[in-house]
Design a protein around this ligand. Sequence first.
Ligand SMILES: Nc1ncnc2c1ncn2[C@@H]1O[C@H](COP(=O)(O)OP(=O)(O)OP(=O)(O)O)[C@@H](O)[C@H]1O
Ligand SMILES: [Mg+2]
Length: 226
Amino acid sequence: MSSVAHELRTPLTYVKGYADVASRRGISEAEREKYLTIIREEADQLTSMVRQLFQLAKMEENAFVIEPSVTHLSSLLEEVATQVEPFIEEKQAQLTIHVPDDLYVTADRTRMKQVLVNIIQNALLYGGEIPVIQVEGERTEQGVRLCISDQGPGVPDESLPHLFERLYRVDKARSREQGGSGLGLAIVKEIVEMHGGTVKAFNENGLTILIILPEEDADDTHSHRG
Ligand SMILES: Nc1ncnc2c1ncn2[C@@H]1O[C@H](COP(=O)(O)OP(=O)(O)OP(=O)(O)O)[C@@H](O)[C@H]1O
Ligand SMILES: [Mg+2]
């Protein structure tokens, strides 16, 4: 709780500080605009952090429910691609998706999209200058494997076990500049586990996030649809 309070205080300190500077007499319009932009960004950061904390609190109270249904993986990924498209373009990044057309999982569409968007946004933020992001799906004996990988610097090996912890960031200073609060992957893990799945991270030409979800039997799929 005290670390959460601390994390909230940091952006608040920025907001206050830059508001003071922005209201000084004699500064140029350009400078004022610059400070106001920082204030806006910090406010956005706070909003996102409060939303994430709220979601985690609901999870702790078991008040966070998922509504799973039979989900066609490749159409879900198409929706994810549409959602991240503006960010991909902004960075001139590359996103490729390879998923067999006959893969189905039982998932809460909104939540599973949230998971994938989160991981892709991390790849966009931390995956190097011009991120190259790949999403690969395949059927295995353990279930449906979904790999989201980038070709960025990855993380130090000793950080790997901690990535899914709340408020954990590899490079506090740098990720703060980039707007991270270290809650995204903690939420990802909770949501994946609620689906009966697992999630892991490893370094392989960059960072790879591996999600395994129980596969929905294709025959079941047809009977579900009647
Ligand atoms: N693709 C990646 N490449 C390198 N480092 C990564 C990657 N994804 C995550 N990380 C590291 O893991 C940390 C935790 O990620 P997480 O998504 O949980 O938090 P965040 O991105 O800092 O903040 P938030 O997602 O809550 O806005 C990041 O701060 C970053 O240091
Ligand atoms: Mg993140």
